[in-house]
Design a binder for this molecule. Structure first.
Ligand code: DP6
Length: 333
C-alpha cells in the first residue's frame, strides 16, 4: 500500500525551547505557532514486501529522487520505528520526500517533513488517525514542532489543560486571520548547532527559569491577541519572545549564537518600517533568518523593503497562514 501527503512548516510565536524528554519530543513549555501555506514537504510512503531495511530518498534540485544523506535517513528511520510500533507492523517502507522550496534555503523543513511522513504512513498502512493522534505520531519523530504542523492555522502544543505529552490543538483555523509571514533569508547554510542540542543546553542558561516563569503570561497574551486578530498586541509579545529564545541560546553553556550581523540589519529594517507606519513584527527560530509577520495590506511594501537589502538578504520567501496536511493522489514514485 502506498500513500502521499503534503504538509507545511510552522513558525512559532511562543517557542518550544527545552525538552523534558528529547528523544520523544516532550517539551518543558507550551508553544504556539502558525502553520504556513506555500512552503510544503511532500512525502510518499509505500510498504516494501520482504525488504530487510527501509529505503529513504530525497528529491534533488532537478526533482529526481536519490538516496538521502545519512543524517536525514537516520531521522526518517527513527520516526518509522515509532510509527511501526503504533501500527503493530514489522514491514519495511520506502519513503521519498520533496520540498517545494529549495532545500538548504534556510527554511526549516523537519516539522513539515515529519508531519507529512506521519500522515502518509497512517494512510499507507490503511489506518485512520484523528488530528490529536496524528500530532502524537508526528511528535514521535523527536522533532517536537512537527506535532504542530499536523494542524492548520493557529496551533497550541501541548493542548491547554493537558499534560506535557498532550497533542497539539488548533486555536483557530487559517481563515480566522490571514496573516503573512515574510521569511527573510540572510544565510541559507546548515545551522551550526541543531535545535536538539539547543533544547539540551537551554536549562544551563542562568535565565532559563526566569523565562519559564515569564512564559505563562506571555502565552496568555499571545492567545488573546490571536483570538482578537490584534497584531499590534501580538507583535511586541512576538519580538520579546524571539529575543528571549536567543538570550537563552547565547547564555547557554557552551553558548550558541544563531544571529548573524545581517539578522540585525533585518531587525533594524523592521523597526524602520514600523516607524513609517507599517504593521510589521519579527520573530526568529533557531537560526539567523528573520520571519516578519504582517497583514496582507502591508506585505508588498515590506517584501520590497527586505528585497532591497541584498546582498545582506539572500532571498525573501512570501508565505502566509495555511491549512494542515492533505493526502494527495500524485505520488513521488
Ligand atoms: C526554535 O526540536 O522541533 O524552532 O526538529 O529542528 O524542527 P526541529 O526542532 P524542534 O525545535 C523547534 C525549535 C524552534 C522553536 C519552535 O518551533 O517552537
Amino acid at each position: 500500500m502506498k500513500a502521499t501527503a503534503e504538509a507545511a512548516p510552522n513558525i512559532a510565536f511562543i517557542k518550544y525551547w527545552g525538552a523534558r524528554d528529547l528523544a520523544a519530543g516532550v517539551p518543558l513549555n507550551p508553544s504556539l505557532s502558525m502553520t504556513l501555506d506555500r512552503c510544503r514537504a511532500r512525502t510518499t510512503v509505500e510498504e516494501l514486501a520482504g525488504a530487510a531495511d527501509d529505503r529513504v530518498e530525497l528529491a534533488g534540485a532537478d526533482g529526481g529522487l536519490a538516496a538521502a544523506g545519512d543524517e536525514f535517513a537516520a531521522g526518517v528511520r527513527r520516526h518509522l520505528t515509532a510509527l511501526r510500533a503504533w501500527a503493530g507492523s514489522d514491514r519495511r517502507f520506502r519513503v521519498a520526500t520533496r520540498n517545494n522550496f529549495p532545500t538548504g534555503a534556510g527554511i526549516a523543513s523537519s516539522a513539515a517533513g515529519f508531519a507529512a511522513l506521519a500522515t502518509a504512513f497512517v494512510a499507507a498502512v490503511g489506518r485512520r488517525a484523528e488530528a490529536a493522534e496524528l500530532s502524537r505520531l508526528a511528535r514521535a519523530s523527536g522533532s517536537g514542532s512537527a506535532a504542530r504542523s499536523v494542524l492548520g492555522g493557529f496551533v497550541r502544543w501541548p493542548a491547554a489543560g493537558g499534560d506535557d505529552e498532550a497533542p497539539a490543538e488548533q486555536l483557530a483555523p487559517a481563515e480566522h486571520w490571514p496573516l503573512c509571514d515574510l521569511i527573510v533569508v540572510v544565510d541559507s547554510g546548515e545551522k551550526a548547532v541543531s535545535s536538539r542540542e539547543g533544547h539540551r543546553r537551554a536549562p544551563t542558561s542562568p535565565y532559563f527559569e526566569r523565562r519559564q516563569a515569564a512564559l505563562v503570561e506571555r502565552l496568555r497574551q499571545a492567545e488573546q491577541a490571536v483570538a482578537a486578530r490584534d497584531l499590534e498586541r501580538l507583535g511586541p509579545v512576538l519580538e520579546e519572545e524571539a529575543v528571549d529564545l536567543h538570550l537563552i541560546a547565547m547564555s547557554s553553556r557552551p553558548p550558541i549564537f544563531y544571529w548573524r550581523p545581517e539578522s540585525l540589519t533585518v531587525i533594524e529594517a523592521v523597526r524602520d518600517l514600523r516607524r513609517r507606519g507599517l504593521g510589521v513584527w519579527f520573530t526568529m527560530d533557531a537560526g539567523p533568518n528573520v520571519h516578519v509577520l504582517c497583514e496582507p495590506r502591508d506585505e508588498p511594501e515590506a517584501a520590497a523593503a527586505f528585497e532591497s537589502l541584498r546582498p545582506a538578504v539572500e532571498r525573501v520567501v512570501r508565505d502566509r497562514v495555511g491549512a494542515g496536511p492533505v493526502l494527495l493522489e500524485e505520488a513521488l514514485f
